[in-house]
Ligand binder design. Structure first.
Ligand SMILES: NC(=O)c1ccc[n+]([C@@H]2O[C@H](COP(=O)([O-])OP(=O)(O)OC[C@H]3O[C@@H](n4cnc5c(N)ncnc54)[C@H](OP(=O)(O)O)[C@@H]3O)[C@@H](O)[C@H]2O)c1
Length: 263
């Protein structure tokens, strides 16, 4: 199936490694002109090198912290000056820290609201004029399966990401008449630096080992294993692509059957 991504302009935030990187890799393989982002120019340069090796395509770079107040304006101004429009926006960043209601401070809650909710909103708002210049505009927020099933010791993600899926669904309803599709993709446990750090943290908390935590998690997944980033990215890029032209307002879990509810 042709995903219709040749020469489309795609911006993926939080993409020097992990899930965002995997999305950028699939986009480049599909011949989309892809802009990658992270806080570190050095990390972006090595990601660009790796992507060039695996896809033979050159990514564009935009370094910056998605939580900075001027990020949305500056990144979209860069895209406008270079490409004049945007076809696909994938909003992503690192995840909030683990903790419980009694260990997390007010500041950590505020920071998590910035990181896991407001930066999605600001970026989408700033990108809308550029998306309106596309023939196939599409927005994809990367959230978490925690919106369907709370994850142990991750109260910030379990609480705040629900605002982002609320935002996603509202925008799908409001922007549909302009042919702008808005979806969210809900990763389950996927092999990235973040999941390794979470297993290490849970091991300390439960007085076990990271390996035991990983095994416990795998037993809770219907497919019995953690996902590879590419498995997540293939679903994400399809959902964002013109090939998914009748899909909007969808909250798609890519969790190997970890969520136990029917819907
Ligand atoms: N992996 C999983 O199992 C899983 C499951 C459910 C949900 N999620 C969520 O999915 C998202 C991506 O996860 P991941 O596993 O790919 O995380 P990751 O391995 O920690 O990678 C995060 C990426 O985002 C960049 N980044 C972090 N903070 C940023 C900021 N403030 N501004 C710009 N870029 C930033 C990082 O690059 P720099 O450090 O260079 O800035 C890196 O490229 C997270 O929100 C995570 O919580 C992941």
């Amino acid at each position: 199936m042709d995903l219709g991504l040749t020469d489309k302009i795609a911006f993926v935030t939080g993409s020097s490694r992990g899930l965002g990187y995997a999305c950028a890799e699939v986009l480049l393989l599909e011949q989309a002109k892809t802009i990658i982002n992270s806080r570190s120019l050095q990390n972006l340069q090595s990601a660009k090198e790796k992507l060039l090796n695996s896809t033979h395509q050159m990514a564009d770079l935009f370094a910056g912290d998605v939580t900075a107040q001027n990020f949305a304006g500056e990144s979209t101004a860069f895209i406008e000056s270079k490409f004049g429009k945007l076809d696909l926006l994938i909003t992503n960043s690192g995840g909030p820290p683990p903790g419980t209601i009694e260990t997390l401070t007010d500041q950590q809650w505020q920071d998590a609201i910035e990181l896991s909710f407001l930066c999605h909103m600001r970026l989408i708002r700033a990108a809308l004029p550029l998306l309106r210049k596309s023939e196939c505009p599409s927005i994809l927020t990367i959230t978490s399966y925690s919106v369907k099933q709370p994850i142990e010791n991750l109260i910030l993600s379990n609480s705040i990401r629900s605002a982002t899926v609320g935002l996603t669904k509202t925008l799908a309803l409001e922007l549909g008449k302009e042919n702008i599709r808005v979806n969210s993709i809900l990763p389950g446990s996927t092999n990235t630096e973040r999941i390794t750090a979470l297993f290490e943290n849970n091991a300390k908390l439960n007085n076990t080992t990271p390996e035991a935590e990983r095994e416990k998690q795998e037993k809770a997944i219907a497919l019995g294993r953690i996902a590879k980033p590419a498995e997540f990215a293939r679903a994400a890029v399809f959902l964002a692509s013109p090939a998914a032209s009748y899909l909007t307002g969808v909250m798609l879990s890519v969790d190997g059957g970890a969520v136990k509810g029917v819907y």
